[in-house]
Write a protein that binds this ligand. Sequence first.
Ligand SMILES: Cc1cc2nc3c(=O)[nH]c(=O)nc-3n(C[C@H](O)[C@H](O)[C@H](O)COP(=O)(O)O)c2cc1C
Length: 404
Amino acid sequence: MKGKRILLVIGGGIAAYKVLELIRRLREQDASVCPVMTKAAREFVTLLSVAALSDSRVFDNLFSLTDETEIGHIELSRAADLVVVAPATADLLAKLAHGLADDLASTLLLATDKKILVAPAMNVRMWENPATRRNVASLRHDGVLFVGPEVGDMACGEYGAGRMSEPAAILAAIEDALRGDTRIALPGQPLAGRRVIVTSGPTREPIDPLRYLGNASSGKQGHAIAAAAARAGAEVVLVSGPVALPDPAGVVTHHVTTAAEMLAAVEAALPADLFVAAAAVADWRGAEVAPQKLKKGAQAPVLRLVKNPDILARVAQSPARPRLVVGFAAETENLIDNARAKLAAKGCDVIVANDAGEAVGQDENQVTIATRGGTETWPRMRKDHVALKLVAYLGKLMEADRAQ
Ligand SMILES: Cc1cc2nc3c(=O)[nH]c(=O)nc-3n(C[C@H](O)[C@H](O)[C@H](O)COP(=O)(O)O)c2cc1C
């Protein structure tokens, strides 16, 4: 980050206070921060606080004679290596999506020739409003990068998607954007304007308050697919079981524990254009969950199991079925036969089959793609590359589907 110049547009949201921490962290990394505040932003944090933390004066007025003669709004918009908008209010997203330029912040966003990274922050209803969703879809289509928003408690007392990402996550997204690895190997934006739901990681089925049935899934492949879909221009909802991975940038992540919770979160996220079920969902759960820790007695307890809901089949057969439903099959034998059988049994369109022993927890994967038309095996590669290749492949399938 040393020497990198960040033009930081601060919008008028309650999360503006977190931006002070972001500026501090950017400065710690020797990045230079040029802050621009909207009129509304000044209601939430003071010019003085922002100026004190930055290494630059704060710009807030389009019609300032001094600023215009010294640097000018066009030069200001281009002098940066990256433009970051945090918090990106519903209003700023709308202005950017529609090309409005009625103040310094929106004019700079329209005039810049640099990449723009936005960190949305707003009430869940504002985020889920069809107008905001349309704006977000067209911004993704235009190549605007997103970090967050996250799911959680809101300042207004509600719960849902709309919390601004934490400064550390925004910092990581800034590093990614500056490295330019946000579009690796993706021809264009193959999922622009699509809504995608991805499941990832294992589920945990409790036995007692401390113990659970789980599996070794790391979530690396599913998380990489969610990140790749976001980079491909999609609006992505990731439903993740317990994993030790950070939430991918630009993705709304819901954290769940059990298969039943995962199903509920997926159903709540529908409708979507594409569903990718990459999670290793436990097939069974304990018939009863002991309310207290099971004691180590003379006799080993007998666990009675019941079947969990089949999330992939449920989504594939639901009235709100996405146009494309993709399942994963982690097999230990007869990979291709089992993948083809799963394709038919679940009613999905694509199965991505991998060898459970070779793929689970690893950084690389070798997959076979099974569709009704046949199978193709891809070479072994990094999971993030599998994800990018898969996203490009699914984008083409959806395009071909639309053309028919
Ligand atoms: C207390 C309060 C908190 C607000 N928080 C947000 C918010 O988090 N996100 C948002 O999009 N708008 C929020 N608003 C509304 C914006 O401040 C308002 O839409 C404003 O016009 C945005 O201006 P800007 O986009 O130029 O910064 C809030 C308003 C108030 C009064």
